[in-house]
Write a protein that binds this ligand. Structure first.
Ligand code: DGJ
Length: 717
């Protein structure tokens, strides 16, 4: 790659091998990161780009300082800023030593120890390289032995430096029910910041993910592009700064907004991981790198199967009782999903949870709705031949609850100010160990008492505002950081007891969608918006950074105009579930859905574990086409969605990707509605991989209707 991601200081002096400075070479199968220790001891990024065949012979000994620190020669946006005990607001980081460990035959972890030459402050920079996945993960441990606390006012997880003619940033933004809208723009001189300050989640207005394309916008299949994300379920900040010499400096980490951290001597401050990958073949390859990494290393049980389910939120809201629920179990059995998921509204007695104004925090079964408790529901589900899962939102409280009355000091709220509600609720002060125990005991107590519970949906329906922690007292600037750390502490403890229970992460739609949390969760709820058309865009957005087995996608009645087939086909590109009244289905709809669930189960391994190829983007055409291909290239699943094709619009053939050109494949349209037939002229034909990838399929045969869709199973003959 010519104008590569390469970070080579052009003016660097090339000397003989013997005079070269110490270099640290970190590689994956297709990426090299070369770091150099400069004569003054500073650590430089000399090269970051396509894998060098002989990186050891690298002549690049100059570069950009790996971590820009505040207070010294440079005025660029710093990765680190410290104020020492004596008030000195500067930091210098010099190389001390490094080691590289082989974690397994695919992963190396390089730890580079840096220290300030004058002040006893050290930074251990960790860089894990996932060879096959071509993913790098970086974080730091910051420590000191000054006589009292030092102030950390900036603490990025990682920095990267690029030199290119142009830089194109793709960001993902949104709101409730409008998550992951994609936007691409050229960066200009100065600083562009993507961040969030929502406290109890990362995502909503901005998502903690981005693409950076070099020179020109990358496509799915072409261009030099980097994908990055932060493993942190709280405030994040990505800063992109183009300096006066046209270098781009990226720093990524927790948001330091209102978060000066007072670090005690010998305390270790660990930054969250910045995860990134490089591709010289466009965004598609970058996504596949991240997906593979996520399944193998980033998501709980990422290579294990998931449960299909029927949820009752859209169908009943909080208006149900035991008898009704047991009847709903029949729906789950009828369509063949694995599990019934009971949503919000099952708890609270003095303040029954009949709407969102009361009961949060009082995690006892409502005696009127569930006179025989959860135990009975678990038992009934079993008898009917399904499994039982349950919704909780254990970090939250309604003012109208026993919990609020009993523990007013367990709640995040400002003194001397009005309480500020979102969805009539407040957040518990999770930094308080007593609250951590409460949350742990709520969840684990319920699971211990009802060992048959097979699934949890963990919700979190508000962001932080007017926030103050009674527990942290004069350390309010630690709140954002400590909240997320405390959440992880509780989740670690729960996972120690229930390591593999499937849990869906939800946050009033898609608020918690990050790899910090996904270590503990098997999947996430991407959005409350389940309209099929909207979901194509929302799921498309998430698909850039998260594998299909993490993206929960439910068939609902949100849309009044889209066919059940269309909504089902959209949900099938993710982790299929239902949130609908099955007893409202016609006979044909039941027949279709039963078949759809069976088809999905047959194909799910390809969808969950296969490579994703986004072929036609809904942002570019009036349709969306994507496919998953298994590792052996024996089986693929193709999804085609017609959004709003114009009258007589000519849609060209769709060239498939990811197949083996020398193999022959049978094309079979599946998931057809009862009594309908495929109109695709190639249905049931056997065609070569080469044909499919060079001539392609006509997916627009027949009279195209808006909001229609097809699913094709492609199998090696
Ligand atoms: C928000 C979630 O996104 C919904 O799916 C549902 O679980 C409600 N909360 C319940 O309060």
């Amino acid at each position: 790659m010519k104008k590569i991601v390469v970070l080579l200081l052009l003016c660097s002096y090339i000397s003989s091998y013997a005079q070269r400075n110490k270099q640290i070479i970190i590689q994956t199968q297709s990426t090299s990161l070369v770091l150099t220790v400069a004569k003054n001891g500073r650590l430089l990024q000399s090269y970051f780009g396509k894998r060098l065949q002989s990186a050891q012979d690298s002549l690049f000994t100059g570069g950009q300082e790996m971590f820009i620190t505040a207070g010294m020669e440079t005025a660029l946006e710093p990765a680190f800023r410290t104020v020492h005990t004596d008030g000195n607001p500067s930091l210098v980081l010099e190389y001390v030593s490094h080691e590289t460990k082989l974690t397994d035959n695919n992963v190396t972890e390089t730890i580079i120890n840096l220290k300030d030459p004058v002040y006893p402050v050290t930074v251990a920079l960790h860089i894990a390289a996932y060879s096959r996945e071509n993913v790098l993960k970086t974080w730091s441990d910051i420590k000191h032995t000054e006589k009292s606390a030092i102030q950390l006012t900036d603490y990025a997880s990682g920095m990267l430096h690029f030199k290119s003619e142009h830089y194109w940033l793709t960001q993902f933004h949104g709101d409730w029910a409008k998550e992951m809208g994609m936007e691409e723009s050229e960066l200009t001189h100065g600083i562009k910041v993507l961040d969030s300050k929502l406290g109890a989640r990362a995502n909503m207005y901005q998502s903690p993910v981005f693409f950076l394309s070099l020179d020109k916008p990358s496509t799915e299949t072409a261009g030099d592009v980097m994908a990055g994300t932060l493993a942190w379920t709280g405030n994040f900040k990505f800063a992109f700064e183009i300096d006066q010499r046209d270098w781009l400096h990226i720093s990524a980490g927790m948001n330091s907004y209102a978060s000066n951290y007072s670090l005690a001597p010998n305390e270790t401050f660990i930054t969250p991981a910045f995860i990134y990958t490089l591709s010289s073949n466009g965004k598609g390859e970058a996504s596949r790198n991240l997906h593979r990494w996520a399944r193998n290393y980033g998501v709980l049980d990422g290579t294990k199967p998931r449960l299909t389910l029927l949820n009752n939120w859209e169908a009943t809201r909080m208006d149900f009782d035991e008898k009704q629920l047991v009847t709903l179990f029949d729906g789950a059995v009828k369509i063949g999903v694995d599990l019934f998921l009971l949503d919000d509204g099952w708890f609270g007695n003095n303040f029954p949870r009949n709407d969102d104004k009361t009961g949060l925090g009082d995690w006892q079964e409502n005696a009127k709705k569930l006179p025989h408790g959860l135990e009975y529901l678990v038992q009934q589900a079993k008898e009917k031949g399904t499994q039982f899962g349950i919704w909780v939102e254990p970090e939250m409280v309604n003012p109208k609850s026993d919990l609020y009355k009993q523990h007013p000091d367990w709640i995040l709220k400002l003194p001397n100010r009005e309480e500020n509600y979102q969805r009539n609720q407040l957040i518990l002060d999770l930094t308080n160990p007593q609250v951590q125990d409460f949350v742990y005991n709520t969840v684990v107590g319920m699971l211990d008492k009802n060992p048959g519970i097979a699934y949890i949906k963990w919700d979190c329906n508000r962001t932080m505002s007017n926030t103050y922690s009674p527990f942290l007292k004069d350390k309010q600037s630690h709140l954002f950081i400590e909240y997320t750390r405390s959440l992880y502490k509780v989740l670690d403890k729960i996972r120690a007891k229930y390591p593999h229970l499937p849990v869906m992460l939800c946050s009033g739609g898609g608020g918690r969608t990050d790899y910090g949390a996904l270590k503990y969760f098997t999947e996430f709820w991407p959005s409350d918006n389940t309209d099929g058309l909207e979901r194509i865009f929302i799921q498309w957005g998430y698909s850039y950074f998260f594998p299909a087995n993490t993206i929960a996608a439910h068939v609902t009645n949100w849309s009044k105009v889209q066919s059940l087939k269309f909504r089902t086909d959209v949900a099938m590109m993710g982790k299929l579930g239902y949130d609908i009244k099955v007893d409202g289905f016609t006979e044909k709809e039941v027949q279709f859905t039963k078949q759809a669930v069976a088809t999905y189960k047959r194909l799910s391994n390809v969808i969950w574990q296969g490579d994703l190829y986004r072929i036609i983007s809904p942002y570019e055409e009036n349709r969306a086409v994507l496919m998953y291909v298994d590792d052996a290239k024996k089986k693929a699943v193709l999804f085609n969605y017609n959004l709003n094709p114009r009258y007589k619009q000519i849609l060209s053939n769709v060239k498939l990707q990811g197949l083996n050109p020398t193999k022959k494949y049978r094309i079979k349209e599946v998931n057809l509605f009862p009594d309908t037939k495929s109109v695709n002229p190639d249905d049931n034909k056997v065609l070569s991989g080469e044909y499919l990838m060079t001539i392609g399929l006509n997916l627009a045969a027949g009279k195209l209707q808006p909001l229609t869709s097809n699913v094709y199973e492609i199998t090696e003959e």
